[in-house]
Design a binder for this molecule. Sequence first.
Ligand code: FE
Ligand code: FE
Ligand code: MG
Length: 170
Amino acid sequence: MGKKAIDIANLDVEKLIQMLNEALAEEWLAYYQYWIGARIMEGPMRSEVEPELLLHATEELGHATLVVNRILQLGGTPILNPADWASYARCPYEVPSDPYIEEILKQNLNGERCAIQRYEEIADFTNGKDHSTYQMAITILNDEIEHEHDIEDFLTDIERLKEDIRKFRI
Ligand code: FE
Ligand code: FE
Ligand code: MG
């Protein structure tokens, strides 16, 4: 593994690898949360929301790639067994048992807020000590902030649609 890469990381590398493995598990679960949610959801604006959720799923996989590469550069072992994802992840997978679009979006929103917290922590932990991981954390953080905003916008628009329908009935 990259010895210099590990030496220049001026912090507790084992703790960082643990945090990165937790983030890795969360990215895979976020991927599936989006991917399955996009397919089973029902309700207003489905045809508009579905491609965006599938795009987010792809972006979560991209994050997993960034995170696993950094774990390897730091000499760590990435999670090898998907059965460990749920126990590593702090952001829980929420079973989409109600396919209504608002419920699916709320589950995704919870995941994004949890991911924002995760990368804030990784950025705080590495700031000024491990520039490479710090830069990666900020890159992913900016995506997660954008994801959160996209979903909030969809939920606002669905709410507006529901209000309009109520008005027309009066
Ligand atoms: Fe992500
Ligand atoms: Fe995200
Ligand atoms: Mg988006």
